[in-house]
Design a protein around this ligand. Structure first.
Ligand code: GDP
Ligand code: MG
Length: 423
């Protein structure tokens, strides 16, 4: 069985916490795209953890974790993440963490280029996390990236790097007038941070194929959400990889298998990090209240996230792009302070009402049309069954279910593992 857990919105929906919960019933958890440009926060009996690169299944003993070929991996960052877990008593070994030989390495010069370019853009910046993600995915498609498997053949790697570094310096030195990068410098970094990971590198596609054929259950964990997908998201304010469920078997290395189930993680309100159109954005005191209630500060960067009411137009599009079979609705408890809850039910674009998510200039001009539903104004974080929820909260869940056209099967009411309700 192959299940994907993906984001319906802009990311930070709570995918990590749902993977942490559901991985109990799975043998393998696979991250299949992205790098350390986002974070998954998991709160469970072992403590509170922020994972940027490692699959959230790493916190469950008995689960094998795979970092797939669709990922871009900053080795220095990964070493740090593994160290933090080991310090907290979590075991990370080649047995429970396997890294694809085809995953791409995010090098220090990718971070450098990300920074140089954001600085050059000034006020027109993309709001990049400056972790090198766009430059390294760019290199992947330019066929000038270094892959994990190359760590096992340093002589060949050095030879390839010579050509790559020459080419990079055309931009670094010629374009940005920055100090040249050197083959020795890159090789030294690769040795320092690559050596401890070598034993984890293998053909993870072959491994997953064998696991699937042996009847094992595999869970795919996405990063970010549908609206940040490189093809279907709010281009160019997207990430540089495919965040959708359909990409999971590809980014994991098993395109010969089909997904059995797609679970979309959808937040009870909206939040987004970075630049670009965000139709439902709340400003001033209203926005600040929601941001504080939801603790909306980036897990990877600490940046305050932009926030707003639930967006039915964007979320219904997200449900479609993710091919969601069911939904986990997260952070419902955050809305408990509101006496009436705004919900964006449609957009107005150039005087026309629409419920289909627009692209490009039309999205820039879209204005939200709100309806208000009654709030519940009481603490629901202790609720564990539908019967425990106030009627207004159940009504809100059903309202969203209708609006996005997909069954909500889980609702979370707090960050801790057990704070959820099965619908
Ligand atoms: P991800 O990137 O989709 O994994 O989500 P993040 O971890 O970046 O953001 C979700 C945040 O909300 C984290 O800080 C979680 O601990 C927290 N969280 C998750 N579920 C709930 C919930 O039901 N209620 C509350 N109040 N917080 C939650
Ligand atoms: Mg996140």
């Amino acid at each position: 069985m192959l299940t994907a857990i993906t984001g319906i919105n802009w990311g930070d929906e709570g995918k990590g916490r749902m993977v942490d919960l559901l991985s109990e019933n799975y043998d393998v958890v696979v991250r299949y795209q992205g790098g350390n440009n986002a974070g998954h926060t998991v709160v469970n009996p072992r403590g509170k953890f922020i994972l940027n690169l490692l699959p959230s299944g790493i916190l469950r003993s008995g689960v094998v974790n795979v970092m797939g070929n669709g990922m871009v991996i900053d080795l220095e960052h990964l070493n740090g993440e593994i160290k933090n877990l080991r310090d907290a008593g979590v075991s990370v070994t080649p047995e429970n963490l396997k890294i694809s030989d085809k995953a791409v390495i995010c090098l220090p010069y990718h971070k450098l280029l990300d920074n140089l370019e954001e600085d050059r853009l000034g006020d027109a910046k993309f709001g990049s996390t400056r972790r090198g993600i766009a430059p390294v995915y760019g290199d992947k498609y330019m066929k000038r990236a270094v892959r994990m498997g190359e760590l096992l053949h340093p002589e060949d790697l050095r030879r390839r790097l010579e050509g790559i570094v020459d080419w990079k310096n055309l931009t670094v030195v010629g374009g940005y007038h920055s100090d040249p990068i050197t083959v020795d410098g890159v090789m030294e970094w690769l040795e320092t941070y690559g050596a401890p990971l070598r034993d984890h590198v293998c053909d993870t596609g072959l491994y997953l194929d064998q696991m699937e054929k042996a009847g094992k259950k595999i869970l795919f964990e996405a990063q970010l959400g549908a609206l940040r997908d490189i093809d279907f998201g709010i281009y160019p304010y997207t990430t540089s990889s495919s965040t959708i469920a359909a990409y999971a078997p590809i980014g994991a290395g098993i395109p010969n298998h089909k997904l059995s189930k797609s679970i979309g993680i959808m937040k009870a309100y909206s939040s987004c990090v970075g630049e670009g159109p965000f139709t439902v954005e709340l400003f001033g005191e209203e926005g600040e209240k929601l941001r504080q209630a939801g603790g909306e500060f980036g897990a990877a960067t600490g940046r305050p996230r932009r926030v707003g009411p639930f967006d039915c137009v964007a979320s219904r599009y997200g449900v479609r792009m993710q091919g969601a079979d069911e939904i986990a609705l997260t952070k419902l408890d955050v809305l408990s302070y509101l006496d009436r809850i705004p919900v964006c039910v449609a957009y107005e674009v150039d005087g026309q009402r629409t419920t289909e998510f627009p692209t490009g200039a039309a999205l820039d001009r879209a204005k939200p049309i709100y309806e208000y539903v009654p709030g519940w104004q009481c603490d629901i974080s202790g609720c564990r069954r539908i019967q425990d929820l106030p009627k207004a909260a159940v009504d809100y869940i059903h309202f969203l279910e209708q609006a996005v056209g997909c069954h909500i099967s889980y609702v979370s009411v707090g960050a801790a593992r057990e704070q959820y309700i099965v619908m």
